[in-house]
Design a protein around this ligand. Structure first.
Ligand code: C5P
Length: 235
């Protein structure tokens, strides 16, 4: 069962990830595998997680020339995970080819496009990327581009969900990282929100990592986050 809350398995190895999941009784919970773990373990980690019935978001954020992304997606599609992603900033042709690569192998995996990373604020976006306008405008523009190019949804912050749904349709998926429990640190995330806010603002999936993995009692933190996410109430 997919409860819509992907736990970010940001650990260096499968052994450490497995230990964390087992020690904290996090059986069959949805998980996100990112670059750190995948670059170390490759498809092996996906197979192990599938054996244990974890729904999987494979967060590799592809960004390359369209043909390379299409071929890479074709390979990743064999993993038959729920979600994979690309950077929307790679452009329309790249997103279209990513979708083509996926759908020629399976029609289950959803293609998600990253808009502006939730670790960025307006000042950094203007200074480093030299993108004009504000974050909301750029996120909306990239979401519309992603939708027109065949993506099934976007990664964005909770604060952008409403405008994206209005511009792209309610069915267009929003996957929101930058989730923090009230009492945890922001770390490097800038556009943060609680699981309850994500629920209230109509996010489809949330991604949560350090608020749980760095908590003194990870199982309790997981339970609290899930309760907030399912009921929309901050405890
Ligand atoms: O620990 P934390 O909850 O900040 O983890 C967020 C996870 O979501 C990290 O694995 C990060 O790579 C990922 N992510 C993100 N922003 C995006 C896409 C993915 O923070 N736009």
């Amino acid at each position: 069962m997919n409860n819509g809350m992907y736990l970010a398995l940001d650990f260096p190895t499968w052994e450490m990830s497995k230990q964390f999941l087992e020690e904290n009784n996090l059986h069959e919970v949805p998980v996100k595998v990112g670059m750190e773990l995948f670059y170390r373990e490759g498809m092996h980690v996906i197979e192990e997680l599938k054996k244990r019935n974890h729904p999987i978001f494979l967060d590799l954020k592809l960004h390359d020339i369209p043909t390379t992304v299409m071929r890479a997606m074709k390979n990743l599609a064999h993993a038959e995970v729920d979600l994979v992603n690309v950077h929307a900033i790679g452009g329309s042709e790249m997103i279209k080819r990513a979708k083509e690569g996926l759908t020629c192998v399976n029609d289950k995996t959803k293609l998600i496009a990253v808009t502006i990373l939730t670790s960025m604020d307006e000042m950094e976006m203007a200074r480093d990327l030299r993108l004009p306008n504000n974050i909301n405008d750029n996120v909306l523009h990239l979401s519309t581009l992603a939708k027109q190019s065949g993506a099934d949804g976007v990664v964005c912050s909770v604060h952008e969900v409403r405008a994206i749904k209005e511009a792209c349709s309610n069915e267009f998926l929003t996957v929101t990282p930058g989730i923090r429990l009230m009492n945890s640190k922001d770390d490097d995330q800038k556009r943060v929100a609680t699981p309850a806010m994500a629920k209230e603002l109509n996010s489809d999936y949330i991604v949560i990592g350090r608020s749980i993995t760095m908590a003194e009692q990870p199982f309790d933190a997981y339970k609290q986050a899930l309760e907030e996410w399912e009921n929309g109430i901050t405890k």
